[in-house]
Design a protein around this ligand. Structure first.
Ligand code: ADP
Ligand code: MG
Length: 215
């Protein structure tokens, strides 16, 4: 079943809800190794995205995602604003003028998002950032689709891989962003950005699984 603009809108609504629900937890994680603003930053950004959604409801998927990215860049601030903003803009560029996307297009959009984050932030895996959640999620998604899973099931596996990736940042030494200023003291804490990435993938998985159930 193809993914449509309506599904993308449902995903963004679910993303805003899950970020809002976990706002204090994300901020607490950032209090330990950053400046205690990650939850508030993202909550502000995704609620601005929700407000913009009605203005792009009749547009193509690429426009919806690009508008999301630009809204995030202009409202989130910090390191994560430009990083998540670039991720959504790149995903939108990969889907320019499209009204439907296949399973493979979902993979390509997530890969474009990851490439955008890496181009902007220069982080590699193992450096305690959002890359440590998104990269294993895409691998799990590819594997699950190759094994014949439905998109919803495959995204559930991707979300689980992102959650495991976020947990795996606990023993890592932060090499990028504010947490890197702490040096060895960053060890023993879960990265806030990897954690929010895992929540965003959970929102995507929930949206696509629900679509399959009602189909
Ligand atoms: P700030 O650190 O400016 O306060 P946030 O608190 O909103 O911004 O976001 C912090 C998160 O951003 C970190 O937990 C990390 O996952 C992510 N991050 C920071 N720098 C980079 C980078 N260079 N590449 C990828 N992710 C990064
Ligand atoms: Mg912060």
């Amino acid at each position: 079943m193809p993914v449509t603009v309506e599904h993308v809108t449902h995903f963004l609504t679910a993303a805003a809800a899950i970020i809002h629900e976990h706002r204090d937890e994300l901020t607490a994680l950032d209090a330990a190794i950053g400046d205690a603003d990650h939850g508030a930053n993202l909550d502000r950004g995704f609620s601005a995205v929700l407000n913009r959604l009605p203005t792009v409801a009749d547009k193509d998927i690429g426009t919806v995602l690009k508008t999301t990215g630009m809204t995030i860049v202009s409202t989130v601030g910090g390191a994560s604003g430009p990083l998540y903003g670039t991720a959504f803009v790149r995903a939108g560029m990969a889907l320019a003028d499209r009204h439907e996307m296949s399973d493979e297009d979902v993979v390509l959009a997530l890969e474009a998002a990851l490439e955008g984050i890496i181009a902007r932030g220069k982080a590699q895996r193992g450096e305690k950032t959002m890359v440590d959640a998104l990269a294993p999620a895409i691998e799990a998604l590819r594997t699950a689709l190759a094994e014949g899973r439905s998109l919803g099931r495959a995204l559930q596996q991707a979300a689980a891989a992102a959650e495991a990736g976020a947990k795996a940042t606990i023993p890592m030494l932060a090499m990028k962003g504010r947490a890197s200023y702490l040096g060895e003291r960053s060890i023993g804490h879960q990265d806030p950005g990897a954690t929010s990435t895992a929540y965003l993938l959970r929102a995507l998985a929930m949206t696509c699984s629900r679509n399959e159930e009602v189909a």
